[in-house]
Design a protein around this ligand. Structure first.
Ligand code: AMP
Ligand code: GLY
Length: 415
């Protein structure tokens, strides 16, 4: 079996590791991959998606797995191009991937299919946005892909105006509209679902920690850590989410003529009036994937292969008991900036944990930082405390100049 995964970060390193462990004989490719990923998969160079598709045809790739979201909506869309040449792709067509790429598209979808979500309006100008704000706090969201940075929870008019200037005056995120959204409160949980046409399979739930600092302080990041366990939510809660959120979403996709095969990520907020959808992502979460995927048991390769071919077989995999925790080590300056070239030491001493590379490259003195989020240190345990202890014990021995990490992953929101 020949499998190609698109992307280059910690999530893709975790996906490829899970594929490798599930099928030691599989031939794995990564586009574009990274120096660390090159240890388990062959890196592919391609000048664009068409070039990549041509490579996959030449190599007789059996399965393409979409890691990163950007390729799903680029050019004619990764899955669309795969379909044109008959390569099974685990990842949705460009039309359905608008659920992630456009927050307005997602909000109208949620509204149309009566799926619980915060009240909202869509603004095309700063003036319209200000008119749409009826009270504070309010949530303002840029309507496009912004690497987790296009959302602001504004406590007052001054901070709202500041964000509106970023969006409409400076165009910091590019051209696009803005969603004005009611501010909800409550803990968050990420639910990952394999969707295959009208079938679905709910995977292990997780929680990520988006802010840079302990106590959820400071600006949003791509994610500073994650915790995953079946025990994160109870069975009754999950049954409610399946009935009121996942099922109507899958049915909505069919009704809207948006056939979907791939992971679908539901970002939920657990409000006093029940879970509400904050966002959809058309892929696995990052850093949740780094926590969840080491818990996968069974034939993950066959599972994805069959699902990409239209047959979802939940029995092919199951998830380990216990807890899995991911601590992100980030580079100096993140998330405002990031610093490359700081030499990483201690990687060989992270015993008992897995280390996935989010942003590193190989230099003269071994791996060095190459991006904002650098490494994901992941450990499992029977209890949350055990997993936490192991992950942090390993995280502490890996050092580089300016290293940043949170100390409350899998602790905050539990105690
Ligand atoms: P999103 O990219 O839409 O998931 O938003 C990123 C983060 O902003 C979420 O994970 C929440 O922490 C926060 N957020 C988004 N929407 C809301 C909302 N309606 N109320 C409160 N917080 C929100
Ligand atoms: N963990 C947030 C994301 O993957 O978007």
């Amino acid at each position: 079996m020949k499998i190609l995964v698109t992307g280059k970060g910690g999530r893709e390193h975790a996906i490829l590791t899970a594929l490798r462990e599930s099928a030691p004989d599989a031939t794995l490719f990564a586009y574009p991959g990274s120096d660390a990923i090159a240890d388990i998969a062959t890196r592919v160079e391609a000048k664009d998606l068409l070039d990549l598709i041509a490579f996959m045809q030449r190599e007789n790739i059996d399965l393409c797995v979409a890691g990163e979201e950007s390729y799903l909506v680029k050019d004619r869309g990764l899955a669309n191009l795969c379909a044109e040449v008959g390569i099974p792709c685990w990842g949705p067509f460009k039309e359905a991937a608008q659920l992630e790429a456009s927050k307005a598209f997602a909000k109208y979808f949620l509204q149309r299919h009566h799926i619980p979500t915060a009240a909202f309006s869509v603004a095309h100008t700063k003036h319209e946005a200000l008119r749409g704000i009826t009270k504070y706090p309010v949530v303002l969201k840029f309507d496009g892909l912004a690497a987790g940075k296009g959302v602001a929870v504004c406590q007052d008019e001054a901070s709202a105006i500041e964000f509106l200037d970023e969006v409409f005056t400076k165009r910091s995120f590019g051209e696009g509209d803005l969603i004005v959204e009611e501010c909800l409160a409550g803990p968050e949980v990420s639910i990952f679902v394999s969707v295959c046409d009208d079938q679905y399979h709910i995977l292990m739930p997780a929680r990520d920690y988006k802010r840079i600092g302990d106590g959820d302080e400071g600006p949003n990041t791509g994610g500073m850590g994650a915790v995953a366990s079946r025990q994160l939510v109870d069975e009754a809660f999950l049954a409610g989410v399946a009935e009121n959120i996942v099922k109507p979403t899958v049915e909505g996709l069919i009704k809207d003529g948006l056939p979907y095969r791939g992971f679908l990520y539901f970002g939920l907020m657990l409000t006093p009036s029940g879970p509400q959808v904050l966002e959809y992502n058309c892929r696995f979460g990052d850093p949740e994937a780094e926590a969840v995927l080491p818990m996968v048991r069974g034939d993950f390769v066959s599972y994805l292969f069959h699902a990409a071919n239209g047959e979802l077989k939940p029995d092919l995999i199951h998830f380990a008991e216990g807890w899995s925790i991911c601590v992100i080590l980030a580079s100096a300056g993140y998330p405002v900036s990031s610093r490359n070239g700081d030499v990483i030491s201690g990687l060989e001493n992270a015993n008992g944990s897995r280390v996935f590379h989010c942003g590193t490259k190989r230099g003269d003195q071994g791996f060095e930082t190459n991006g904002g989020r650098v490494l994901a240190v992941v450990a499992q345990g029977v209890t949350r405390e055990e997993a936490r202890f192991k992950a942090y014990e390993s995280a502490e021995v890996i050092t580089f100049e300016g290293r940043q990490r949170r100390t409350d992953i899998a602790k905050l929101h539990f105690e």
